[in-house]
Every structure is written in structure tokens, then in C-alpha cells.
Ligand binder design. Structure first.
Ligand code: SF4
Length: 261
């Protein structure tokens, strides 16, 4: 089997045949607009921390002043301007909070890593971001830019990273927390990664590794599926009732997010 990536499991959870089309048969995908926005946002968020004048930030006592500093940065791709404005608000309030609490706020506010590629055994990870938290440990934070926000899916996705970040031993401190941030919905969550969640995610990985057949799982996701051409050509929709699709059958709760990356 090829190196394992989180998106493989994500695709497989949505529809085993989707996974087979993209990762085993390597059929061409249809890139979506949402996916392109997601890629742009990831790149701009990475550049944000790279080009920011940290000495100037140190002199900003409030979120409002930090925001003014952020908006002067040359990160103005018109297509994602609203996402960046929300991202600046999110980071500016984080700055004000950390500045009030910490002696060295830059140390605590600045991520430890952004857009990090890691290999652990046969697993490849693309971690969006890792931050320090007040417990002295780390949190891995996933960016989402789609319109769906499903905490249960976000939990296993971020736990997947959490497991392998710790196995990689790349950082001195353990990664104890998981979180996600969505600049489109201006939502975020963070929590400690429980042993129960780690066990459940390991079970899911095992189940994925043992999968032998990849049947189609029709759902509303078929309407936006990047691998639908194969299903159309092979006529698997012929017997499909529209009402079946509208029922949203199958586990596709994070389908919209899939298109981001
Ligand atoms: S079109 Fe539907 S059934 Fe076909 S691969 Fe995509 S999600 Fe699965």
C-alpha cells in the first residue's frame, strides 16, 4: 500500500469507491473552487507568520492595534479577503489574551510550526499548524475553510495528526491538544485529546488498512464528488433514485471539507 495520508481515510469514510478512484486507480480529480480557496488560505496563513514584524507586534497593547498591523501586511488576495479579515481578528484577539498573560507573548503566540510535512513510518502528514499552550505542551490546529463544521469529524482528523506528531518525536514537548479554526465561519474549537479518542482513531486507521473492497456509497456528496466521472461512465447511478440521494445516505458528514485539500 502507498504511504498513508489522512485524506485517504477521509475519502474512504465518505465513500470507499471515491478512495479507490483517487488513491488506487489514480483517476484525475476535478479541482473545486472551494479546494482552491482552501489552498490559497493555507498559503497566506503561513506567509502571515513569516512576514509579520514581531517587534512591531510587541508594541501593540490591544487586539485593535494588532489588527491594524496585520491588515497592512501584503496578504491581499481578493478572492480570500473576507477569510483573511476573520483570520486577523482571530489572531489579534489571541494576541491581546496572550499579551496580558505571558511575560514573553511572542514565544507563546507564534506557532511552533506551520504547514509542516512529516513522515512517520508509512504515514505522511501535512500538519497545518502547531501552537504552544499554557500547560507547556502543544496543540495541533487544523484549518478548515468550507461551509461545514462537524466536530466529530474534526476530532478524529486532528487526533490522527496528534498520534503521529507524538510518534515522530519531532518536538520536545508532547502534543496533548487538538483544535481547528475556520475563517469562513469564524469558528474554532480546542480540547485535550483524550485516550478514548486516540483509541477510536487507531481503530479507524486499522479498519481502513484492512479494507479489501471499495463499494460505492451514494449520498449527496455525489453531486460534488471529484471522482464522479467514473461512476457516471460506469452507470452506477442508473438504478439510483433521486430520493436516495436526498436522504444523504452514507457517512459523508465532512464531505464539504474534503474538497478543501
Ligand atoms: S460519485 Fe458518489 S458513489 Fe461515486 S465515487 Fe463519488 S461519492 Fe462515491
Amino acid at each position: 500500500m502507498a504511504l498513508l495520508r489522512k485524506s485517504m481515510i477521509l475519502h474512504w469514510k465518505i465513500c470507499p469507491r471515491l478512495y479507490e478512484s483517487i488513491w488506487i486507480l489514480k483517476l484525475p480529480e476535478t479541482a473545486s473552487v472551494v479546494q482552491q480557496f482552501g489552498t490559497m488560505f493555507h498559503e497566506e496563513a503561513r506567509r502571515f507568520f513569516e512576514i509579520l514584524d514581531y517587534e512591531a507586534l510587541r508594541k501593540c497593547p490591544t487586539a485593535r492595534e494588532a489588527y491594524r498591523l496585520f491588515e497592512k501586511l501584503p496578504l491581499n488576495h481578493p478572492a480570500i479577503k473576507p477569510l483573511l479579515a476573520n483570520f486577523f481578528t482571530f489572531e489579534a484577539s489571541r494576541w491581546e489574551y496572550v499579551r496580558e498573560k505571558a511575560k514573553d507573548p511572542i514565544f507563546w503566540w507564534k506557532p511552533v510550526a506551520c504547514e509542516l510535512e512529516l513522515s512517520v513510518g508509512d504515514v505522511e502528514l501535512h500538519v497545518d499548524r502547531i501552537d504552544r499552550i499554557s500547560t507547556g505542551t502543544l496543540i495541533n490546529l487544523e484549518y478548515k475553510t468550507g461551509v461545514l463544521w462537524n466536530i466529530s469529524d474534526l476530532r478524529w482528523e486532528t487526533t490522527f495528526y496528534n498520534i503521529y506528531i507524538n510518534e515522530s518525536k519531532r518536538f520536545e514537548e508532547p502534543c496533548t491538544h487538538i483544535g481547528a479554526y475556520n475563517p469562513r465561519l469564524q469558528k474554532w474549537f480546542e480540547e485535550q485529546c483524550s485516550q478514548r479518542l486516540i483509541k477510536r482513531t487507531k481503530r479507524l486507521i486499522e479498519e481502513f488498512r484492512n479494507a479489501q473492497t471499495f463499494p460505492p456509497r451514494q449520498s449527496n456528496f455525489c453531486y460534488i464528488c471529484p471522482a464522479s466521472t467514473r461512476c457516471l461512465e460506469e452507470g452506477i447511478f442508473n438504478e439510483l433514485q433521486t430520493s436516495g440521494l436526498n436522504k444523504g445516505t452514507g457517512n459523508n458528514s465532512n464531505g464539504g471539507e474534503l474538497l478543501e485539500r
